[in-house]
Design a binder for this molecule. Structure first.
Ligand SMILES: Cc1cc2nc3c(=O)[nH]c(=O)nc-3n(C[C@H](O)[C@H](O)[C@H](O)COP(=O)(O)OP(=O)(O)OC[C@H]3O[C@@H](n4cnc5c(N)ncnc54)[C@H](O)[C@@H]3O)c2cc1C
Ligand code: FES
Length: 253
């Protein structure tokens, strides 16, 4: 996979969440696509491969000149991305994202996984597709992040939850009558994806963004395999090339 050296334009921190903006003049991202990113090698030879693998992150937003990534700092790779440095190494936008059909549609997200919904909302607006946004704000989210989310998604219905096991249900209940929508687009924690898949079964089509851990991100290692239905049989496919967005009914979990 080719990594491009790009200029970091801005970093913002909201507790352990970060927003990173870099100049991007390559192919524009489709909503739901991701990039592989890592810090550029420093002058120190021991840091040139630290971390060894770039990390997958959804394209959060793109305005024609700059790409935004929104992420939680979880380990070494994301800590370095959120740190200092004026350059990054990033791939082209990768994978298959959301398909835009008719509306109206509902966008459902939770935690930092709301990331790809921003670019999706931008594309829906550009295509004239009516849409509503419903976002879970978990109690564990830093206060500054929750405030930023409400500013960044001004028209969204925000659903604060205590992080309880029924948090996803609370978000789905806030939508009310699902039958007024032609589709559901989701990106959230695993219980939320599961809940969206269940409520959309036999009612309205759903598209879910999964985030299996990735290594090669080019289809060769099968590290990102997800179970899917193929001709009635359970099979495995690669999230990095056939996803990360899948129709809900295709996922076999
Ligand atoms: C297609 C795709 C898109 C993604 N987009 C985003 C995004 O927009 N924002 C964001 O915050 N994260 C996103 N992730 C997850 C992100 O890639 C991981 O958080 C990151 O790789 C962690 O790297 P690290 O070196 O900081 O932590 P590591 O040291 O690699 O891991 C630290 C801990 O992070 C957790 N972790 C790592 N990977 C994942 C994962 N895929 N899902 C859940 N938990 C994980 C585990 O608990 C792990 O123990 C995405 C993942 C995929 C596959
Ligand atoms: S990450 Fe290697 S096949 Fe998907």
């Amino acid at each position: 996979m080719k990594l491009h050296t790009v200029e970091v334009l801005q970093r913002e921190r909201f507790g352990d969440h970060a927003l990173l903006r870099y100049r991007w003049t390559g192919s524009p991202p489709e909503p739901g696509q991701f990039v592989m990113a890592r810090v550029a090698s420093s002058t120190s030879p021991t840091r040139s491969l630290d971390p060894f693998l770039p990390r997958p992150l959804f394209a959060h937003d793109y305005d024609g000149e700059a790409m935004r990534l929104l992420f939680e700092i979880r380990g070494r790779g994301t800590a370095l991305l959120a740190g200092e440095g004026t350059e990054l190494l990033v791939s082209d936008p990768l994978g298959r994202g959301y398909t835009i059909d008719g509306g109206p549609v509902a966008l459902v997200g939770g935690g930092v996984w709301v990331s790809p919904l921003k670019l999706l909302a931008r594309h829906l607006a550009r295509s004239g597709v009516a849409h509503d946004v419903y976002l879970e704000i978990p109690a564990a989210a830093p206060e500054a992040y929750a405030a930023w989310i409400s500013g960044s998604y001004p028209d969204a219905t925000l659903v604060p939850t205590g992080g309880a096991s029924d948090a996803s249900r609370a978000v789905l209940e806030s939508i009310g009558d699902l039958s007024r929508y032609a589709g559901l687009y989701a990106s959230g924690p695993a219980p939320m994806l599961d809940a969206v898949k269940r409520v959309s079964r036999d009612t309205i089509p759903s598209q879910l963004a999964v985030r299996e851990r990735m290594a090669c991100a080019n289809g060769s290692c099968y590290g990102c395999a997800v179970p899917v239905w193929e001709a009635g049989e359970r099979a495995y496919t690669r999230a990095c090339v056939e996803g990360p967005v899948f129709p809900g009914e295709v996922l076999a979990w």
